[in-house]
Ligand binder design. Sequence first.
Ligand SMILES: Cc1cc2nc3c(=O)[nH]c(=O)nc-3n(C[C@H](O)[C@H](O)[C@H](O)COP(=O)(O)OP(=O)(O)OC[C@H]3O[C@@H](n4cnc5c(N)ncnc54)[C@H](O)[C@@H]3O)c2cc1C
Ligand SMILES: *[C@@H]1O[C@H](CO)[C@@H](O)[C@H](O)[C@H]1NC(C)=O
Ligand SMILES: *[C@@H]1O[C@H](CO)[C@@H](O)[C@H](O)[C@H]1NC(C)=O
Ligand SMILES: *[C@@H]1O[C@H](CO)[C@@H](O)[C@H](O)[C@H]1NC(C)=O
Ligand SMILES: *[C@@H]1O[C@H](CO)[C@@H](O)[C@H](O)[C@H]1NC(C)=O
Length: 599
Amino acid sequence: MLFSGRTPAFLSLSLSIASALGALYTDPSQLPKKKYDFIVVGSGAGGGVIGSRLSESPSANVLIIEAGLNVEGAVATEVPFLGPNLIGTPFDWNFTTTAQPGLGGRSIAYSRGFALGGSTSVNFMVYTRGSKDDYNRWAQVTGDWGWSWDALQPYFHKMEKLVASADNLSQAGKLCPEVHGKSGPLPVSLPGYSLVTDDLVIGATADLPHQFPFNEDMNSGNTIGIGWVQYTIGGGQRASSFTSYIQPALNRPNFDVLINTQVSKVYQTGTQKGLPIFRGVQFSQSANGPVFNLNATREVILSAGAVKTPQILLLSGIGSPSELKKHGIKTIVDNAHVGTNLQDHPLLSSAYTVNSTATFDAIGQNPALVGDLLNQWETSKTGEFVLGPANQLGWLRLPGNAEIFKTQHDPSAGSTSGHYELIFTDGFVSFAVPSPSTGNYFSLFTNVVSPSSRGSITLSSTSVFDSPNIDPGLLNSPFDIFTMREAIKAGKQFMTAKAFKGFILEPFGEFADAKTDAEIEAYARKFSTTVWHPTSSASMTSWSSTNGVLNPDLTVKCTVGLRVVDASAFPYVPAAHPQTAVYVLAERAADIIKGKHGY
Ligand SMILES: Cc1cc2nc3c(=O)[nH]c(=O)nc-3n(C[C@H](O)[C@H](O)[C@H](O)COP(=O)(O)OP(=O)(O)OC[C@H]3O[C@@H](n4cnc5c(N)ncnc54)[C@H](O)[C@@H]3O)c2cc1C
Ligand SMILES: *[C@@H]1O[C@H](CO)[C@@H](O)[C@H](O)[C@H]1NC(C)=O
Ligand SMILES: *[C@@H]1O[C@H](CO)[C@@H](O)[C@H](O)[C@H]1NC(C)=O
Ligand SMILES: *[C@@H]1O[C@H](CO)[C@@H](O)[C@H](O)[C@H]1NC(C)=O
Ligand SMILES: *[C@@H]1O[C@H](CO)[C@@H](O)[C@H](O)[C@H]1NC(C)=O
């Protein structure tokens, strides 16, 4: 966290209650007595797109039920720079993982957005599509070419609106405009404030072009190399599935959103050709509060995210009979894969001391500066507060002859996908240790982005108000720890580039002592956390495969009327920050659903 250990007073978030918008409800008993064609569970990247796109058709009545809070008026959800400060606030589910063997037995905090807009209202806004190979692998394992990179291009273009950065600097050489959409609902822009470190990082790619090539646009299909970060930021302000999809649609008479309400399960409303129909939704506002039931006339769409969607499926009797039996839940659909195959990206940040007084550290160390920057942001949407956590990052591959490939299969999707990611931040950022109260730093993030480890979501109780057991399996395979170690070595190598001379001083803290391979691995296990990228806990496979939870059209196997549209559906986590992949999956899903019902 940028201000770890301190929470400036302005962060006391103003939680507005029901707004003037007629279709936003905060109490289930206020819902109009109408028939909903579609009931969508969750308003994040998946649910926001689905609710908004389906309600484009005036004859489709759509309801989103969202567990979390309204974000309107909460300035910390609007100011890009304050994204990291939302961790551990009322907008966070505050999950915790099970003890992670790969992390030396530690349990770690596992943030998810408890908000209108889901995790897109609290995330760090990095906009990366993933690679051509990532999507082509989805297409291959599902047998549906519609999930391929080429087939999804119209959807990437439909959702994006490439806009100027907050400082209006030229985009030339920093991205390729032709690969981007220009008129979609989701603004995408380059960092809107220049940093001293910009020239150093880009300069280092010129110094070491063979190992660390510059990539002009990592969203063009080939992610490999280091370049400028693109963000879901427009006009210096966060864009989320709420601001881009839900809010602009709330004036539609056929679109309602109910917040502060948790769906506890979906229930069977009939049988069709021997298969259970799941069009019933049960929900309430607290563990002991009144319980409400509502049936959709066409479909229920689960978009509760990779942690809660499998929990809801399990609570609904869709899962492994032996697991369900432990909790006294009757199995309606026998599917042992619900909650398995969970994937995530391990994150590690390491800091260097620097020869500068102009890093982000000043902001955390000087409360007066925070007030000034917030004021500047509010009056002109300029200054450091328009920034996300880094202006440059990159995706890199292990060498083809790396020793690990003698014993381990390469889990990456192909040559356009990285094995690891490097992120460069002009200040001290750690999610494992508090920020030092003095000094100036440069943070190097090393993230494993094509992991071979798999985790799981399992029930801890029969109540949706309890967290399920979350085991992301971080650094829990020989490949993943090897890759983390080599990423750290590569990162150290990058920092030796001529461009950094006179700026980078020395490794800070325990990072300085991590020298041998064994020491680096021990350091990684001690301090790694998560990039908050859980996916694939209810994954799609081909129509004929029984080795998965969803069909390629995202319907739940062996059911009628029930679909999943969120990060749980991914067969594999892309080697990328995944919000873009969820948005694009949901854009295509909306078309599939409209097509099915003739809208
Ligand atoms: C701190 C953080 C930083 C991140 N940074 C980035 C980044 O920079 N770039 C990037 O690409 N990705 C980032 N991500 C990940 C990205 O935001 C997610 O991958 C994406 O939002 C997932 O979309 P989703 O629809 O699957 O789930 P979510 O967006 O999490 O939406 C799920 C929604 O369902 C709701 N819900 C859950 N259970 C219930 C229930 N029982 N009843 C009703 N509603 C329910 C939740 O409250 C939530 O609103 C970050 C995530 C976090 C937490
Ligand atoms: C998360 O923790 C914060 C800080 O303790 C708390 O204010 C907030 O209500 C918690 N979130 C939820 C969903 O309970
Ligand atoms: C950038 O351009 C927009 C639109 O022309 C303008 O409103 C804004 O003030 C400009 N910002 C800066 C920092 O020049
Ligand atoms: C939902 O459908 C089932 C089965 O048709 C019916 O028994 C139940 O009453 C319906 N519930 C509501 C709230 O309409
Ligand atoms: C720090 O930077 C100044 C110039 O900005 C330079 O003169 C000095 O040598 C640098 N110090 C170190 C230790 O590199």
